[in-house]
Write a protein that binds this ligand. Structure first.
Ligand code: AMP
Ligand code: MG
Length: 355
């Protein structure tokens, strides 16, 4: 049975098959009635509401403090439901859905008229995905409605990868959370514009441009957009500061050995100013470190593991009230592209390229 957090938010256990069915049908009822339920996906926890009910969707923006023009991703239980939300769907979208769903790929398509503007941030496009987490799929099947869900964090905070992260930000602001344990991928889905059949990555994630190229047998570009350029961002979410820890984060880039010597200089400089420094490092670099405040993400050649632990590291340093964070940078090969994208977002202007 569900427990109640002291703030009134219900906590459903979505971790074991024995409890899943009962807990999920209770959570689904809340969604059908227009309430807010946070649920686990393989990427990060999502904050769900009935996607076609503008009133329910507006509650998401209210609970998160999210700007109204930042569109939501609609989660569905199976690919065939795509045609109930989108129109003029190119064959490439069906091909990608067949290969990558359920999974961490979001497709941007032309929306059908009945999809509320509140859900799409006023755009005439709609973002859709089938998540792979068993608890998410069970919830979507039980609710039998499309569910709009952005990440279940307060706007501007790192995305949540555990139910505890969700409750930290949103307890008392949402009806329930379905606890499915920690998320596997740990960073948000790849967002791909496929409206014209020509794939453009708007946000990198676990599904890489190389994988999309291989499946479609055509080029896949990655949208570049510079903050403050005056250009309209290809995806509205890009213009908002994301994934930011409370302490300023310095991100190093370049050859690992040079990164380490710059890191030591920076660390000494901040410590001389009386600051508490937190380091986010690979296992390889951590062996040289004797710093008290250290999070090891994983091995340098395993970007998926590094990415899975990033948001937890940022939240850990927030709780420890660290004054400044220094993070090592990695290759942008494969999943490294998504990892470096999130680290750069967290760093803002504080990126130091050591060459
Ligand atoms: P979140 O799940 O919190 O990362 O938020 C969803 C993100 O998906 C938004 O910030 C947008 O960047 C992106 N997105 C959602 N709908 C669209 C759309 N119709 N066109 C482009 N990007 C979208
Ligand atoms: Mg988000």
């Amino acid at each position: 049975m569900a427990r109640k957090n002291s703030s009134g938010t219900l906590i459903f256990d979505g971790r074991t098959h024995a409890t899943l069915a009962g807990e999920v049908s209770e959570a689904a009822k809340i969604l059908i009635q227009g309430g807010l339920v946070a649920f686990p996906t393989e990427t990060v926890y999502g904050l769900g509401a009935a996607a076609l009910d503008p009133h329910a969707v507006k509650q998401i923006f209210h609970a998160k403090g999210r700007p109204m023009d930042n569109p939501l991703i609609i989660h569905i239980a199976k690919a065939s439901q795509m045609q109930t939300l989108a129109q003029n769907i190119p064959s490439a979208a069906w091909t990608l859905a067949a290969h990558f769903w359920p999974g961490p790929l979001t497709l941007v398509l032309r929306k059908q008229a009945h999809v509320p503007a509140a859900t799409t941030g006023g755009l005439d496009s709609v973002a859709i995905r089938v998540p792979a987490h068993p608890a998410a799929l069970a919830l979507l099947q039980a609710a039998a409605i499309p569910v709009a869900a952005p990440s279940a964090n307060l706007s501007g905070r790192p995305s949540p990868t555990t139910a505890a992260h969700v409750l930290h930000d949103l307890a008392g602001r949402i009806d329930a959370v379905l606890d499915g344990g920690p998320c596997d991928v740990g960073v948000e889905s790849t967002v791909l514009d496929i409206r014209d059949g020509k794939p453009i990555v708007l946000r990198p994630g676990a599904v890489t441009p190389a994988q999309i190229r291989a499946v479609l047998q055509r080029d896949c570009s990655v949208a570049t957009w510079l903050q403050d350029s005056g250009d309209k961002p290809p995806s509205p979410g890009l213009k908002y500061l994301h994934y930011a820890p409370q302490a300023p984060l310095y991100l190093l880039k370049g050859a690992p050995e040079r990164q380490l010597s710059t890191l030591e200089q920076l660390q000494q400089q901040f410590q001389a100013q009386g600051k508490r420094v937190g380091l986010i490092l690979s296992a390889e670099s951590a062996t040289h470190q004797k710093a008290a405040e250290l999070v090891v993400l994983g091995h340098r050649n395993q970007p998926a593991v590094l990415a899975a632990h990033l948001y937890d590291a940022l939240r850990y340093f927030d709780e420890r009230e660290i004054d400044v964070i220094i993070a090592e940078g990695y290759s942008t090969e494969g999943m490294g592209l998504a990892l470096m994208n999130r680290l750069e977002k967290a760093a803002g202007p504080r990126v130091i390229d050591v060459g």
